[in-house]
Design a protein around this ligand. Structure first.
Ligand SMILES: Nc1nc2c(ncn2[C@@H]2O[C@H](COP(=O)(O)OP(=O)(O)OP(=O)(O)O)[C@@H](O)[C@H]2O)c(=O)[nH]1
Ligand SMILES: [Mg+2]
Length: 449
């Protein structure tokens, strides 16, 4: 495929020690020769994959001292000739360097265009291309690990294996259709059913939507309860910083306060909320509404009770409303207790109760343990990007349809469903990707990648 030459700043905006300009395409080498002079006196053509020190210039004008590397096709990221300039990472010097490349005939690269070329030139499949951006955007260790697994071809291998199994089933079906006298309906349907159930079960195991969401979006945990229960004290203690204001005046927290931590490699967004109570103060009422919303939107809500006080009528109601993923934090265990874990258990026998004192850091470990467990994700997860999950869901639906058609033994319809399932799976690896799909995938990339 003959393409034009593209160039872009590959490093993030802002000042940095080094900034990188990347050029890819048939003119990459001639542009490099035009704008870069190696310091060594020998004027041989640049060696591929060899870092050179020299000067970046625009004709007579020196723009920077820099390092440059030429990677001749096909041993490069895009499988085209690629040149990279490592110059000083200032906005002006990078802008000038890029302009000089454009003046020499390069075109400004679109978002993700280098990776798009790597895909179009067959170096990587579409799921690997997406993994690159996923890795760059990863904010948690689990997400980073999943991105690397995907980048190394984990998703593509899995999908191609599933696809191969479908080819085999299709071949079996074709034999049933072509030689009905040699293969009985029961025989054909039995084998096909087994094969289909296997592929459905493998696909379903690989697509745990909850784990995928936790890795991608993190886990939202909300502390809620009545004023003065110690929610803000707990937020500060769990985060290890004085994020929220703490006083002994009920109603101190007016708005939600958020902090972030990592547990099990999952990003946990911890939200402290305004103490919930009936109030005529219009500002506090808005805060209480926000508390309610934060609690509803959370993956896990922690109801904070003050162990030095009796359980109120309102708290009884909240206890009833707790979801399976929620827990009760019985706080202020260092004070004389009016409420014990068994009092809570009488009202809500099935709920997890953790007794702590926000003033004693060590007593908080069981809260972290509880959250760590809630944040556990499957390490068998191969399909964890929304686009992949959507395609795999469609494939499973077609395969289930194929299973249904076996009830009436209609091999033609089953064959159509198998084909549709295969088509859906091939969208993941991009084996049959159209321009629209590629535009959608690569538009989310950064320029220079
Ligand atoms: N002894 C003791 N005092 C605590 C504990 N946790 C919080 N406190 C105190 O209780 C008071 C209220 O604490 P906050 O953390 O502000 O309570 P809150 O739930 O955020 O209160 P609002 O913001 O009003 O809803 C402060 O004086 C804290 O120092 C605890 O475990 N033990
Ligand atoms: Mg507070």
């Amino acid at each position: 495929m003959k393409q034009d030459t593209i160039a872009a700043i590959a490093t993030a905006p802002g000042q940095g020690g080094i900034g990188i300009i990347r050029i890819s395409g048939p003119d990459a080498e001639s542009i490099l020769n035009d704008i870069f002079s190696p310091a060594s006196s020998c004027r041989e053509p640049a060696k591929s994959h060899m870092l050179m020190y020299g000067r970046l210039h625009n004709g007579e004008e020196i723009l920077d001292e820099c390092m440059a590397v030429l990677m001749r096709a096909p041993k490069s990221y895009t499988r085209e000739d690629v040149a990279e300039l490592q110059i000083h990472g200032g906005g002006e010097v990078l802008r000038r360097a890029l302009n000089v490349c454009i003046q020499r005939g390069a075109r400004l690269a679109e978002p993700g265009e280098f990776t798009r070329r790597a895909f179009l030139n067959g170096r990587i499949d579409l799921s690997q291309a997406e993994a690159v951006m996923r890795l760059i955007a990863a904010r948690g260790e689990q997400e980073r690990r999943a991105a690397v697994q995907q980048m190394e071809g984990g998703t593509a291998d899995f999908i191609r294996k599933a696809s191969d199994q479908l080819y085999h089933l299709q071949a079996g079906l074709a034999a049933c259709i072509d030689y009905p006298e040699e293969i009985s309906d029961e025989e054909g349907a039995g084998e096909l059913r087994q094969g289909l159930e296997k592929v459905i079960s493998e696909l379903t195991c690989a697509m745990d939507e909850r784990s995928a969401r936790l890795m991608h979006d993190g886990m939202r945990v909300t502390l809620f309860g009545r004023p003065n229960a110690g929610k803000s004290s707990l937020l500060n203690a769990l985060l290890g910083m004085e994020k929220a204001i703490v006083t002994d005046i009920p109603g101190t927290t007016r708005d939600t306060v958020e902090g972030e931590m990592q547990l099990n490699g999952i990003r946990v967004m911890l939200t402290d909320t305004a103490g919930m109570r009936e109030t005529t103060d219009p500002i506090e009422r808005i805060g209480v509404d926000r508390s309610r919303r934060a609690r509803q939107d959370s993956d896990t809500a922690l109801l904070v009770l003050d162990g030095a006080e009796n359980i109120s009528g309102e708290e009884r109601e909240w206890l009833k409303q707790l979801r399976e993923s929620d827990a009760v934090i019985l706080n202020k265990s260092d004070l004389c207790q009016k409420t014990l874990p068994q009092d809570v258990r009488e009202l809500r026998p099935d709920v997890r109760i953790i007794q702590v004192s926000a003033l004693d850091e060590q007593s908080l470990e069981p809260i972290r343990d509880f959250l760590r467990k809630s944040a556990e994700v499957s390490d068998q997860l191969v399909l964890s990007q929304p686009r992949h999950l959507d395609a795999a869901r469609r494939a499973v639906a077609f395969l289930n349809d194929a299973l249904m058609t076996l009830e009436q033994w209609s091999p033609d319809m089953a064959a159509t469903d198998l084909q549709a399932a295969q088509q859906a799976l091939s969208e993941i690896t991009g084996d049959r990707a159209d321009e629209k799909l590629l535009d959608a995938v690569f538009s989310g990339f950064c320029v220079g990648k």
